[in-house]
Design a protein around this ligand. Structure first.
Ligand code: ADP
Ligand code: MG
Length: 305
């Protein structure tokens, strides 16, 4: 890599995932500094972006999760300021932040997703019974734009569906009502042109909710995931295709589940996934023989492109 110069590690921000971002950012900052990189933390919720220019930063390592940092807004601002940044660009980030548009792109590209219906806030009374029947009896309801399982709940009765829609609509005008996937859950990290070994997630909760993600001690992560070599290759290939369909660049993570027949169904893309030492991308990198420090440096290198 050309000399990376003075690097701003963008962390914190003011999204619902601020706390996670502060932890990820601290880990990245530490890993960069430990390798002699002139890196400094920068919290856009506390500092104005004009300081990035005034303090002559050469590039930005984005570790902001959720709105404002992972949705293309920051990417657009940095582009405008002519500051190279890690990860995907405006288009990829904006698409990935919206689960409805993400699914539309994947469907158009012929990639497998679970059947779903979009319900807008204030839409004419939804016929909950027939919606449930259409989607197989049990559904997952998600706000179109949120992360960390926030605002999500399952429903298998009309009353539950109304409550789930109300909850999702507190976060977004659009709610995605998706067929329930009862199979195994996987996540695949992408680094450059490569999919890293997949991770299988196992939770004792009904699904991988906020608590299972960040608090629970009984969430299990299997890497290697335990798939046959053929299935592992198919999953990695699928994840890479999904990432590219969204114009993903540099690094990211694709979430996948199996339906009751064992078919892979794409859930969503994360363009700035968690980067604490315990996060999933570092776990996959480790399985590939890459330390946290090496991973962080590689992501920074990829910001060159
Ligand atoms: N259709 C579904 N059926 C069953 N579980 C689901 C479904 N969609 C999501 N989940 C569960 O909810 C979790 C969060 O969903 P996801 O779409 O990845 O959103 P985010 O991680 O952005 O909150 C997943 O990790 C999975 O455990
Ligand atoms: Mg997810």
């Amino acid at each position: 890599m050309r000399e990376p110069g003075k690097v701003a590690v963008l962390l914190g921000g003011d999204s619902a995932e601020r706390e996670v971002s502060l932890r990820s950012g601290a880990a990245v900052l530490h890993a960069l500094q430990a390798q002699g990189i002139n890196a400094h933390g920068f919290d856009p919720a506390r500092q104005s972006l004009t300081e990035l220019v005034a303090e002559r930063f050469d590039r930005a390592f984005i570790v902001l999760h959720g709105r404002g940092g992972e949705d293309g807004a920051m990417q657009g601002a940095l582009q405008y300021l002519n500051i190279p940044y890690t990860g995907s660009g405006v288009l990829g980030c904006a698409l990935a932040m919206d689960k409805v548009r993400t699914k539309q792109v994947w469907q158009a590209a012929g990639l497998p997703v679970a059947p779903s219906v979009v319900v807008r806030r204030g839409a004419m009374a939804v016929d909950a019974e027939s919606l449930l029947a259409e989607l197989g009896g049990k559904v997952m309801v998600k706000p179109a734009q949120e992360g960390s399982s926030i605002g999500m709940s399952s429903a298998s009765t009309a009353v539950q569906l109304q409550a789930a829609l109300e909850l999702a609509h507190q976060y977004d005008a659009e709610a995605l009502v998706e067929s329930w996937l009862s199979g195994a859950e996987y996540t695949v990290a992408i680094l450059g042109d490569e999919a890293l070994p997949s991770i299988r997630l196992q939770t004792t909760h009904e699904f991988y909710d906020y608590d299972a993600k960040y608090q629970a001690v009984d969430t299990q992560y299997h890497c290697p995931a335990g798939l046959t070599p053929f299935a592992e290759q198919a999953l990695q290939h699928l994840a890479l295709s999904a990432f590219r369909a969204l114009d993903g660049r540099g690094w990211g993570r694709i979430d996948v589940m199996c339906d009751s027949d064992g078919n892979f169904r794409l859930l969503e893309a994360n363009m700035v996934p968690g980067m604490t030492a315990k996060s999933l991308v570092p776990m996959a990198a480790r399985a590939r023989g890459m330390s946290f420090e090496q991973l962080v440096l590689r992501i920074l290198e990829l910001s060159e492109l």
